[in-house]
Ligand binder design. Structure first.
Ligand code: LLP
Length: 420
């Protein structure tokens, strides 16, 4: 957890120079709060470790696609990793450059390919032969050549939650390692494709470097074969996935992670190739919190519940992955602590945000749910016709609403009833 940007001052949690109590009063709850300094610090840890090397950072937009967040990265010179034309539109609107965008994803539509080609993205990360065929046809119809990389499945175990591990044989992602060389030959033979790189993404919330080194070794082994077949590989994209501290995890330091990988690639004799990183969680996760207010305390025979105004529709990770997010009162209080399940108002037993948490709280108190900057708001929904939360960015002592809270009318504005 980032202790410098979200820290207690006189018993009150602050986001940089702004009290979370005043943020909640001004903007209401549930409220996502991001820190510009924390976003900058995490991004710069990557960028500084890449400086002077042939390496670049492509922030994974899916982790947090708020325009203000993307704009902070764009101003720092970031590239982006997108998975839809919607994300491309966000990047361009936020001041990112198409020429620094890589387009990932297993099911790109022809229309999405057209838009990305017209915009001039840096590379399409392709995952299958039918996708190569489609991209080749789209490029031909536009009289263009599409830059491609193949996402290879290196079949390494990232030792993370099964829902977010992606580089094993059993996953839907990537071209199987054993088919990759032949798939590269097929790509090289397509007239409107230009092979430029190779990529992988082995999973998310990875807290060790070893699986990356294994994946890179497998990729480089392939690169040598592909080049022996006469196709030049300019870049190696190692994907995202570096973990953060939610609880007691001890992920490697970002700079150390980058340096270790780059040194390893150099040592294997591949230092002349460009290396891409696609971090999402590690640049946004601990740069955001979710503020929520306690509606009721409900003591029970087996469990005590703290019913709060945020729910699984606001932060889906606990319900979806049994994920742990630290939860703490935004104001340190002198009341007796009890063990609570922190739950939302949604009509599902799966609607919980934290289990068995020791909290000194009363109804009406403000709670901060930590590490909510990645896969938080972006995964939120309108389930139970709940308007999605507002988002605020803090920059020093300045707080700005960067997404208005939705209202109920907007939620069904596009709906109609049948005629009489
Ligand atoms: N590149 C590709 C191709 C990806 O699929 C992903 C994430 C990333 C980069 C960024 O990975 P990161 O650095 O954020 O780990 N919703 C889940 C995480 C899903 C990750 C999907 N892919 C969660 O809340 O834990």
């Amino acid at each position: 957890m980032n202790q410098t940007t979200f820290a207690f001052v006189d018993g009150v949690l602050h986001a940089e120079g702004v009290s979370t109590v005043s943020l909640a009063r001004q903007f209401g709850t549930p409220l996502y709060v991001y820190s510009r300094a924390a976003l900058t610090q995490a991004y710069e840890a990557y960028a500084n470790a890449c400086a002077g090397r042939r390496a670049s950072v492509h922030v994974a937009v899916k982790a947090n696609s708020n325009l203000a967040v993307l704009n902070v990265f764009a101003r720092l010179g970031a590239g982006f990793d997108i998975v839809s034309s919607g994300e491309l539109a966000r990047v361009l609107t936020a001041g990112g450059k198409a020429e620094n965008v890589v387009f990932s994803g297993v099911g790109k539509s022809a229309e999405e390919m057209r838009e990305a080609l017209a915009a001039g993205v840096k590379c399409f990360n392709v995952e299958s032969i039918p996708e190569l065929d489609r991209l080749n046809a789209v490029a031909a119809s536009m009289g263009k050549t599409a830059p491609v990389s193949l996402r290879v499945n290196p079949d390494v175990d990232p030792k993370t939650h099964p829902y977010i591990s992606t580089g094993l044989k059993a996953n839907k992602f990537g071209v199987a390692f054993d088919d990759a060389r032949a798939t590269y030959r097929a790509a090289a033979a397509m007239p409107n494709l230009h092979v430029v790189g190779i990529d992988c993404h082995i999973g998310s919330q990875i807290t060790e470097i070893a699986p990356y080194l294994d994946a890179v070794d497998r990729l480089l082994e392939l690169v040598e074969q592909i080049e022996a077949d006469g196709t030049k590989i300019h870049h190696v994209d190692v994907g995202g996935g570096l973990g953060i501290q939610y609880d007691t995890e001890t992920p490697p330091d970002i700079g150390e992670f980058v340096k270790t990988l780059l040194d390893h690639i150099d040592a294997r004799g591949h230092g002349h190739r460009a290396v891409f990183f696609e971090p999402g969680r590690s640049v946004t996760g601990n740069a955001g919190i979710l503020l929520t207010r306690v509606e009721f305390l409900k003591p029970g025979e087996e469990k005590n519940f703290a019913i709060v105004d945020a729910a699984m529709n606001d932060l889906a990770r606990p319900a979806m992955y049994q994920a742990f997010h630290a939860i703490e009162p935004a104001v340190k209080r002198d009341v007796s602590a009890h063990v609570y399940d922190v739950v939302g108002p949604v009509c599902e037993s799966g609607d919980w945000l934290g289990r068995d948490r020791q909290l000194a709280i009363e109804a009406g108190d403000l709670l901060a749910i930590r590490s909510a900057g990645a896969y938080g708001f972006v995964m939120s929904s309108n389930y139970n016709t709940r308007p999605r939360a507002a988002e605020v960015m803090v920059d020093g002592s300045h707080a700005q609403i960067v997404r208005e809270r939705e209202n109920v009318k907007e939620l069904f504005a596009g709906e109609t009833v049948l005629p009489k």
